[in-house]
Design a protein around this ligand. Structure first.
Ligand SMILES: Cc1ncc(COP(=O)(O)O)c(C=O)c1O
Length: 311
């Protein structure tokens, strides 16, 4: 069955090709939007598509909107319903990615946002891997610093803030690396260009605290919970210094896009023995089972798109 991808914009469901913005839109000119990225995983055996932790993403979208003073007239429940409607109307039966954006939609020149109109759109697109999750990533520490809370807050997913990530990713890719690890302005490890970072060192799973200029990642929270409750490994939120990446047993990145991706090299030094380590592998395998609904536990984390298949 041939279907058309449907987007939601200005309160209407439209084919993606017709869901266009005016060239004078404030958010396009000044990066004044806030967004989310939510994955949907197709479970072929159950003929079901699961949106992973959609509610948590929409709670964070509301927080980002508050920071940027963008009005978002839809509740978390409304946003879940709009997501379900889009995916159903588009009839996706594959892994997808949802992208909601709340943005300054007024037309005109001038960076100020007070009194400028707000808009909201949401679209979905098929999506496979964002970074390789099997081979192990080769990363560099970026020469670009992560923006700080008093510049462009990394806690908020602000469209304009991703120029910072784009600079780091461009530098990494053109220097032959898979990903960039970004330090905060004060030189401590923050996160990947669009992923949170964990390391395993001396038997603990360690990640920078949310006050070290990182996004409060939903995958980060998921993995901390799994590590604490299932792996029995101590989870520590503390500042990480750059050289700890060189002496760690394991380092990995995580995020909705990246999922759980082991790092095998940082700045041309092998991480641990230069292969994806056991803690990373265990968390990755559990994560993939959970997001696909292969493991049936933690059901509140999965929002099923379709009616359960008839048997
Ligand atoms: C800068 C940044 N850090 C971390 C993450 C991971 O966050 P999450 O796990 O909520 O997708 C993302 C991706 O959304 C990101 O853009």
């Amino acid at each position: 069955m041939e279907t058309t991808a449907i987007a939601f914009i200005d309160g209407r469901y439209l084919p993606v090709a017709e869901a266009n913005l005016n060239v004078m839109t404030h958010a396009l000119n000044y990066g004044t939007g806030v967004f989310e990225g939510i994955r949907g995983y197709w479970n072929a055996a159950e003929e079901q598509l699961f949106l992973f932790r959609a509610r948590e993403h929409f709670v964070r979208l509301h927080e980002s909107a508050r920071i940027m003073a963008i009005a978002l007239p839809y509740s978390v429940d409304d946003l879940c319903q709009i997501s379900l409607e889009i995916v159903r109307r588009s009839a996706y039966r594959q892994d997808i990615y949802l992208r909601p954006i709340a943005y300054k939609s007024g037309l005109g020149i001038g960076v100020g946002t007070a009194g400028v109109a707000d808009g909201f759109l949401l679209f979905a697109t098929p999506m496979g891997n964002y970074v390789d999750t099997e081979r192990g990533l080769r990363c560099c520490v970026s020469s670009w610093r992560r923006t700080s809370d008093n510049a462009i807050p990394p806690r908020a997913k602000v469209t304009g803030g991703y120029a910072n990530a784009a600079l780091a990713k461009y530098e990494a890719a053109t220097n032959g690396y898979d990903e960039a690890i970004m330090l905060a302005e004060n030189g401590v490890v923050a996160e990947g260009s669009a992923e949170n970072l964990f390391m395993v060192r001396r038997g603990s799973l360690i990640t920078p605290p949310i006050s070290d200029n990182v996004l409060e990642g939903i995958t980060r929270a998921t993995l901390m919970e799994l590590a604490r409750t299932e792996l029995g490994i101590p989870v520590v939120e503390r500042t990480i210094q750059r050289t700890e990446l060189y002496t760690a047993d394991e380092v990995f990145l995580c995020g909705t896009g990246a999922q759980v991706a082991g790092i095998v090299e940082v700045d041309r030094r092998p991480v641990g023995v230069g292969r994806i380590g056991p803690v990373t592998a265990a968390l990755q395998s559990r994560y993939f089972d959970l997001v696909h609904g292969v493991s049936r536990d933690r059901a509140p984390w999965r929002l099923a798109v379709y009616e359960p298949a008839r048997v």
